[in-house]
Design a protein around this ligand. Sequence first.
Ligand SMILES: C[S@@+](CC[C@H](N)C(=O)[O-])C[C@H]1O[C@@H](n2cnc3c(N)ncnc32)[C@H](O)[C@@H]1O
Length: 324
Amino acid sequence: MLRLLLNDDFLLILGMPTLHVPILKQPIVDALIYPFLQLSKDAQTHWLIDCTLGGGGHTAAFLDAFQKNPQLGHHKILAMDRDLSAIQNAQSRFQSAIEQGHLELVHARFGDLLNVLENRPVLALMADLGFSSDQLGDANRGLSFQAEGPLDMRLDLSQGMSCRDFLARVTEKELENILRELGEERFSRRIASAIIDQRGRGQLPATTQQLAEIVIRAIPSSARHGRIHAATRTFQALRIAVNDELSELDALLEGLTAAVQPQGRIAILSFHSLEDRKVKQQFKKRDFFSALTKKPVQADEIEIQLNPRSRSAKLRIAERRDRC
Ligand SMILES: C[S@@+](CC[C@H](N)C(=O)[O-])C[C@H]1O[C@@H](n2cnc3c(N)ncnc32)[C@H](O)[C@@H]1O
């Protein structure tokens, strides 16, 4: 009975393999399955690449679409993620698809894309940028000020510098710029100064809530109770910096022409204006791509109500051109 009333995403939540609800799932699946439907029935195996496996929501939808179209059954999916725990969770969730050869999982980041692909013929590729709800909900990662946790913020816990180590090294000016540019934080100077001041007194924040408290104390009291939590922008900026997310996106965008075959499609879902601008600029390179979305696709009100995270999502889709 429950199964009749709830869609797959909510059944997954009830089953708890993931908390993450995939955003704009149907438009992404429709756009990326299309080039496979254009192939002749006996065409060789082609690949669809999910660069951001996360909770596996989009990957599951692609597997489903391949299975529902008998002529697509021999095409394959490769899903990657820089977070080893996303890969490990997916190994049990998708065990049968992996065993049957429909799905491959790889622990890798965007910069490794071309090495991971080797010479696979790729007809579709997607990236759903940022972090998953599973990562946000894991207090040990320190991505959220809602729960007390170590000030880490790394999406890939196997490498790189934690947020605390980053704050131990950054200069005040660099920190101010990061908060202003990546967080669009209007009190960037005050917050940077307060953090560096604490550092000078040997009291660098070690936990999420210690950092959130510094931010709240640093800003004017009139700004402490806005629509979003006062530390939201600082956490966003530091997460992007700690994970070098803009350079990672650059690496992904630079690899696209080599990765995806002519007539193949690319879908990128971004959550930050700087990211969306980079995607838009790349898809404007008319020798290589034709943009299929002149304006980004956004979630409708129903999706936003069901999943508030979808509010800031912007989806751009492009086709890889024949030339070059
Ligand atoms: C928004 S979630 C993806 C959610 C997924 N589409 C779903 O429906 O469950 C983003 C994922 O991308 C991963 N990620 C972020 N930056 C990455 C990068 N540079 N390389 C590989 N994976 C990355 C994160 O670890 C996270 O698991």
